[in-house]
Design a protein around this ligand. Sequence first.
Ligand SMILES: Cc1ncc(COP(=O)(O)O)c(C=O)c1O
Length: 401
Amino acid sequence: MFDPKELKREFPIFKNHPNLVYLDNAATTQKPQSVIEAEEAFYTNQNSNVHRGIYPLSEEATNAYEAARVATAKFINADPTEIVFTSGTTDSINGLARSLELSHLLRNQPTILLTLLEHHANLLPWQRIGENRKLEFIPLDKKFKLDLNEIENITNEIDLLAVTHLSNVTGTLNEVSNILKIFAAKFSVIDAAQSIAHIPIDVKTWNADFIAFSGHKMYAPTGIGVLYGKRSLLDKMEPFRVGGGIVSEVNRESASWAEVPTKFEAGTPPIAQAIGLAAAIKFLSQLGWESIQHHEQTLRLYALERLQSISGIEIFHPPAAEVHGGIVSFALSGIHAHDIVQILAEDNICVRAGHHCTHVLHKEVLKQPGSVRISFGVYNSEEDIDKLIDSLKKVQQMFGN
Ligand SMILES: Cc1ncc(COP(=O)(O)O)c(C=O)c1O
């Protein structure tokens, strides 16, 4: 187990902002010194483009970039050829949708099964697939969990199942293996943007076809993300972006592609960011999943307990013991989410207000124009939550509740 206050010293942002209470980790995490140094070391010692030069510096850069792919593959128990570097989850899912379409792997009128929890990054790309696609949604029960008893209406053959692992609003943790078994879709994609830094993921256990996640939500730099795909599928798929570095041959009117994953990484890739991602993976691995999960579970339970003391609060969260991860969202009766967050900001508390890119969830399930979300990282402590509660009490006083 680690001491979050000790760990905080490894994050320069807290040295520069000693009073910062950062509870917006679902939006992006802060970066440890080791990640910042890894990027800096690349730029100061190895900077050159990858895969193209045969001079030593370029070879070194290529080796470091490919080593980052190997580390990422190991992190989720995949093969390095199954790791496509992208700019983030949004880019991964957009690319996947485009590639499935270009490769004619979906029927003309595909049925796509989603959930009411999906972030826009895992909804809008599917809204644009084909002209006659049919989108179906798994509803939620009163505990903000997927209601798998309400699925008899979903009778169509499912071409693609697109499900978030961990909701970025309710903190609902979906049982991926179970859902994939129940629906037996032709293709499956899991949005792991919110779980990747909090819950160990093993691609072999899930057996999902595709998984997307972002580096910046797991203590890595911005501008790097991953699209994992099963090798047998990636081999059959068209690149979603074309340009330099991905061909085996080009003629005036046609081109043939390099092997996976190269064929999906046209143009200069995010080299320094991939190296930063490898450093973040090392950082997480050194902490260990058991410690990370114990820490976040303790914080989440403490936060849930303390939040109950705020009158007029409505917490949108499954039963505390039934999930993992560190996301809790709520509303205060009669007070707009933006007003709450503005007052918290005056106390140096960073939390997020709004619909969190989940309009459908807010409109159809939460029935709220927006919510306030707190989300934890490894450097948060109970003290942060105490400050949040004090500040929320101040909000109540100001609004006369
Ligand atoms: C569940 C979920 N999916 C996808 C995304 C998009 O991630 P990115 O902005 O890094 O592409 C987010 C971002 O908040 C998210 O929470």
